[in-house]
Design a protein around this ligand. Structure first.
Ligand code: CUA
Length: 339
């Protein structure tokens, strides 16, 4: 087994070894019983007719109930682990990942970017929001025991808390073309001081929110999406994380997936009171640019201290993407937190 370097690793390994041990136990027990009965009840003379026996209810109940309990235990434990791994954590450092034949790009909340590497701080929850520019890939960090498909056209997420400093393998775990096996990289877990130094040392682009604002103006989105709902499109200020009423009467939570869809397929969900005027931006923006525009919309979303803030989506300092870019000291990566 690879090193255990995340919060999930120990319990997942325990679960895995439990399953192996259980399987081994029953394989040996059933095999031994079969051999024992084979010898004990062998035919001792030519023409021997075995005695007829009736079933035994106690035996039937025993070998029904015990396996039932065991399988329910496996189900409950597995479901608990699954639920932990696939429930987005609060207060996580959010990093955006794009898969592309055949490389991994990462974009940090303060604007640092890297390819085929991922630098993360020790002891801090890290949430990856991932998508693909082309085909299905899978982001696999064996030492963290996390593996999540990276699918074109949608966002998938994965999270972990690194528990050990060092360098760990990163693989693509879904066959994605000729150089699939070369789509590898490394994950570097650094302690708080080293991580801060790394953040300072990496040439810093604009933050995703700043870059997103530039695309927002560059693509003329701001011509229609005026503040205060005075334009042809709804205002996007204070929108992220709220519920929006659609033209068909249904309600939709404004999250990454919804905004992405509204950029690429504007007609899919029309906001109540507006008509289907917006052209599609499919093919005009890359997934990374979409992510930056989303980061911008998040940054003008409900603010944690402002009036009318939505506490459910307000995020603490250290969550670069949800902060107004100007109000944020850079670089910063938040406090190390224990999971
Ligand atoms: Cu990407 Cu395999």
């Amino acid at each position: 087994m690879p090193e255990q370097a995340s919060n999930f690793a120990f319990e997942l390994d325990l679960f895995y070894f439990f399953l192996v041990a259980l399987t081994a136990f029953f394989t040996v027990a059933i095999g031994a019983a079969a051999v024992y009965f084979l010898i004990k009840y062998r035919r001792r003379s030519q023409g021997e007719i075995p005695e007829q026996i009736e079933g035994d209810m106690r035996l039937e109940i025993t070998w029904t109930v015990i396996p039932f309990l065991i399988s329910m235990f496996i189900f409950a434990w597995g479901a608990k682990l699954y639920y932990q791994m696939y429930t987005d954590p609060k207060d996580a450092l959010e990093i955006f990942i794009t898969g592309k034949q055949w490389m991994w790009r990462a974009q940090h909340p303060d604007g640092q970017r890297e390819i085929n590497e991922l630098h993360v701080p020790l002891g801090r929850r890290v949430k990856l929001t991932m998508t693909s520019e082309d085909v299905i890939h899978s982001y696999y960090i064996p030492a963290f025991r996390t593996k999540t498909d990276v699918v074109p056209g949608r966002y998938t997420t994965s999270w972990f808390t690194p528990t050990k400093t060092g360098t760990f393998h990163l693989f693509c775990a879904e066959y994605c073309g000729t150089q699939h096996s070369g789509m590898i990289g490394k994950v570097v877990v650094m302690d708080y001081t080293d991580y801060q130094a790394w953040l300072r040392g990496v040439p810093r682009d604009k933050t995703p929110a700043e870059a997103g604002e530039q695309f927002f103006t560059g693509l003329a989105c701001n011509n229609c999406h005026l503040e205060g709902n005075t334009g042809r499109g709804p205002s996007l200020a204070n929108l992220f994380g709220t519920d929006v009423k659609l033209a068909d009467g249904s309600t939709m939570k404004v999250d990454e997936t919804y905004i992405r869809e509204s950029i690429l397929r504007p007609g899919a969900k029309i906001v109540g009171g507006y008509s289907n005027d917006m052209p599609t931006f499919q093919g005009l923006v890359t997934e990374e640019q979409v992510a930056m525009i989303i980061a911008y919309i998040k940054s003008i979303g409900p603010r944690q201290n402002g009036t009318g803030a939505n506490p459910a989506v307000a995020q603490p300092i250290g969550q670069g993407t949800s902060q107004p870019a100007a109000a944020k000291p850079a670089p910063q990566g938040g406090q190390p937190k224990q999971n």
